[in-house]
Design a protein around this ligand. Structure first.
Ligand code: NI
Length: 140
């Protein structure tokens, strides 16, 4: 039997700056332990994945993406991916956060499965820090 009270212990390796940022947020939010923060993060990750898996049918959506402008070849790859979906991507806005980080907001309309595919392809590129898809169903 497996449930929330049965605990498994894991060891993970993380880049120091990632852990520092995580600890900073935990302290701001008043978490008593790192384990509790990691449990919450994993729950959010699972919820987000399940939620994104439920995106079906005709949808209007927005992808918000943050990435490292200095990552070699990344800009070209992101542009190529977007060009493959000319019929789905309606517009995009690019904003330069800092000298090396960019924020891009992409407006889409199309089948939920396609919107999800685009999101996952963008997400899997090296140098992409965060990608979030928000959609609403198109109803009459
Ligand atoms: Ni930029």
């Amino acid at each position: 039997m497996s449930n929330d009270t049965e605990l498994s212990r894991i060891g993970i390796s993380l880049p120091k700056n990632l852990l520092d940022k995580f600890d900073e947020i935990l302290s701001l939010r008043g978490y008593s332990s790192r384990s509790e923060g990691i449990r919450d993060s994993i729950r959010s990750y699972i919820t987000y994945y399940q939620w994104i898996s439920d995106v079906k049918g005709e949808r209007q959506g927005v992808i918000t993406m943050v990435y490292d402008h200095d990552q070699r070849g990344l800009l070209e790859t992101l542009t190529e991916i977007q060009h493959e979906y000319v019929n789905v991507i309606q517009a995009s806005i690019h904003s330069h956060i800092t000298h090396s980080r960019c924020l891009e907001v992409i407006l889409l309309r199309g089948d939920g499965a396609v919107l999800k595919d685009i999101t996952e392809r963008l997400m899997s590129q090296k140098g992409v820090e965060a990608v979030k898809l928000t959609t609403i169903p198109i109803g009459e």
